[in-house]
Design a protein around this ligand. Structure first.
Ligand code: ZN
Ligand code: ZN
Length: 634
């Protein structure tokens, strides 16, 4: 018998050769039905995998990332099978699971139309109803090439693999076979709810020198209700698309003359400056000093930092006085130079230096996406220089600060800890101490966290903050990165209490990440209806007619005296029309002024979020609005 260690360290005996699927079945009918794949001693395996020796086994369901991938990759096979049934001449490329779904690339004469997608989806439903068993088999390279004689893309993939001396793995369902290493569900009936979302062009292997294929994007879920919820979320995110709202609300523009280099329009600039003001306020409170380092520095510096050798492809370079220069892709090297402008003593540490640094990084034009993926952005960076025994407290401080930032906008978040990769700098001892400090800091603050083993940068472990917006989408924004390498490379020093020279340890950290991207996230999170403290126009005053204009101007003045951003809509239009337009502009409040309001020194208040608030004294509105602004309520 073999001992299988299962969830919660429960050990069970099985006969050698028992498969992952059989073990799932032995554990219960519910788990058997939900099982998508296994993790055997940490490695993802197919349900069909027989186990011959003692091992640790997890059964992965759709709730698990690997399970999700298996489920959706199986759905991608069903998509390809359906396409082959309807379009026998289509050539198959690849069809992986991706975040939130899957795709398959086809070489077809005409790209699929929405009507085609409907037909394909109907055929997929048939295939899942047929509940055909899915089987795995392997062939030597020559037989594999023979089997795929009509599939040029598959042959190319097989040929690439040919030198490895391994057999080629296939999965078969009914009449259809695909080159595939799996894993897969046991039968096509395992896939319950799916939807084809779109068909777009995509080059074979992402290379524009290759043929343009037709990529079908789709998603799949175990339950129809989950699919429904996801499709609603997609619909809602389309409405909230920051590129669309950014244009409608006149916040920013991205023009042909500067692909990936956003322009901020007056209203967007108000928003950006408010975020920066807020950032300065909380950093000052947390004991940070602010610096600013040049946007362009010479090649020698980038060589010293290692960027010239390892990051040059993403850097914009130029020549000044016959010397190579680079526009900074990161603020760190400049920060190092500031540290070195004077002697540092242990009494100066920890030294927290913040910088709102404008960095430029080259991105492929195809990867650019509104404010979310740009070529230049403002990092809300900071570098903290400290002694070894200050690490934990400093990390706690940073985590508290990031928590404050996200809570201010109503984001929830989770933390991921990335540990030492195989190829890394620094001693094992340093790594253990640093990773331990990160772990202890967040544990002591009461956080649960996900560990990404081996996912740290080569120069140190890190914490990533993934925030969740109101549609349940996650965005990686904040990071806290420990670094042993940079102080070494730049020979940073401080004088210890023993009067000897020591090397500080440093933290790189961001809270917003990129201010531009954070603005993109905020636009979508709030659907453009920003909280009072962030709105570029906070109040629109609407006089019913000319007669009320003087009073409206007086109201406006009073609000402006209190620091509010106000506008009067004095146009000769009907009140209903002005209110509808104000609603589209998403100002938090509209104040409607008629004769009655003038008599009582009042305003009729309409909130964007909560509708009609009735009539109130002007002073009461002012104090209520100020309260809302000062609390940064959302
Ligand atoms: Zn496959
Ligand atoms: Zn840095």
């Amino acid at each position: 018998m073999i001992n299988i260690t299962l969830k919660d360290n429960v050990v069970k005996e099985f006969t050698p050769g028992t498969t992952v699927e059989q073990i799932a079945a032995a554990l219960g009918a519910g788990l058997h039905k939900a099982a998508c794949c296994g993790r055997l001693n940490g490695e993802v395996v197919d349900l069909r995998t027989p186990i011959h020796a003692d091992a640790a086994l997890e059964i992965c369901t759709f709730a698990d990332d690997d399970g999700k991938k298996t489920y959706r990759h199986t759905a991608s096979h069903i998509l390809a099978q359906a396409v082959k049934r309807l379009y026998p001449n289509a050539k198959l490329a690849i069809g992986p699971a991706i975040e939130n779904g899957f795709y398959y690339d086809f070489d077809v004469e005409k790209p699929f139309t929405p009507e085609d997608l409907e037909k394909i989806e109907a055929e997929m439903k048939k295939i899942t109803k047929e509940n055909v068993p899915i089987d795995q088999f392997s062939l030597p390279v020559d037989k594999a090439l023979e089997l795929m004689r009509d599939e040029p893309y598959k042959r190319e993939l097989i040929q690439e693999h040919a030198g490895k001396g391994e057999d080629i793995s296939f999965y078969k369902q009914g009449e259809w076979v695909d080159l595939c290493v799996g894993p897969h569900l046991m039968s096509t009936g395992g896939v319950k709810a799916f939807k084809l979302l779109s068909a777009t062009g995509a080059y074979w292997r992402g290379d524009e020198k290759n043929k343009m294929l037709c990529r079908v994007y789709a998603t799949a879920f175990p339950k129809a209700a989950e699919l429904e919820a996801y499709l609603n979320m997609l619909e809602e995110s389309k409405k909230r698309d920051h590129r669309k709202l950014g244009k409608e609300l006149e916040l920013f523009a991205i023009l042909e003359e500067g692909p990936g280099f956003p322009f901020f329009l007056p209203k967007g600039m108000i928003l950006k400056n408010l975020l920066i003001e807020y950032w300065r306020e909380i950093h000052k409170k947390a004991g940070y000093e602010e610096i600013s380092t040049p946007i362009m520095l010479n090649r020698a510096l980038w060589e010293q930092s290692g960027h010239w050798d390892h990051y040059k492809n993403n850097m914009y370079t130029t020549v000044i006085d016959e010397q190579d220069f680079s526009i900074k892709p990161m603020n760190c090297p400049g920060g190092m130079l500031v540290y070195k402008t004077r002697m540092r003593s242990y009494k100066d540490l920890p030294l927290r230096m913040g910088e709102l640094g404008l960095v430029h990084r080259h991105e492929m034009s195809g990867a650019l996406h509104g404010l979310m993926r740009v070529r230049c952005f403002t990092q809300d960076d900071a570098h903290i220089f400290m002694t070894k025994d200050q690490i934990k407290d400093e990390i706690k401080g940073v985590v508290r600060l990031i928590d404050e930032v996200y809570s201010t906008f109503g984001f929830s978040y989770h933390i991921e800890l990335s540990t030492q990769p195989e190829d890394s700098m620094g001693s094992k001892e340093d790594w253990d101490a640093a990773t331990g400090a990160l772990r202890d800091a967040i544990t002591e603050l009461g956080y649960d966290f996900v560990v990404n083993e081996g996912d740290g940068a080569f120069y140190g472990p890190k914490l990533d903050f993934h925030l969740t917006d109101c549609l349940g989408r996650t965005w990686q924004c904040g990071t806290v990165q420990l670094d042993f390498q940079m102080p070494e490379r730049f020979e940073l020093e401080y004088t210890g209490s023993d009067n000897a020279k020591h090397r500080p340890i440093m933290i790189h950290r961001v809270a917003f990440g990129s201010i531009e991207r954070f603005i993109g996230i905020l636009i979508e999170h709030f659907a453009g209806a920003f909280p009072m403290w962030l709105a570029s126009t906070q109040v629109i005053v609407i006089p019913i007619g000319d007669r009320q204009l003087d009073y409206a101007n007086m109201v406006t003045e009073k609000l402006e005296e209190n620091g509010m951003r106000v506008k009067v809509d004095a146009r000769n239009e009907k009140v209903g029309f002005k209110i509808r337009e104000g609603q589209l502009e998403k100002a938090p409040y509209m104040l409607v002024i008629g004769d009655k309001e003038i008599e009582g020194g009042q305003v009729a208040v309409r909130s964007h979020k909560d509708g009609d608030q009735g009539v109130m004294k002007l002073e009461n509105f002012v104090s209520r609005a100020l309260e809302e602004i000062n609390a940064r309520a959302f």
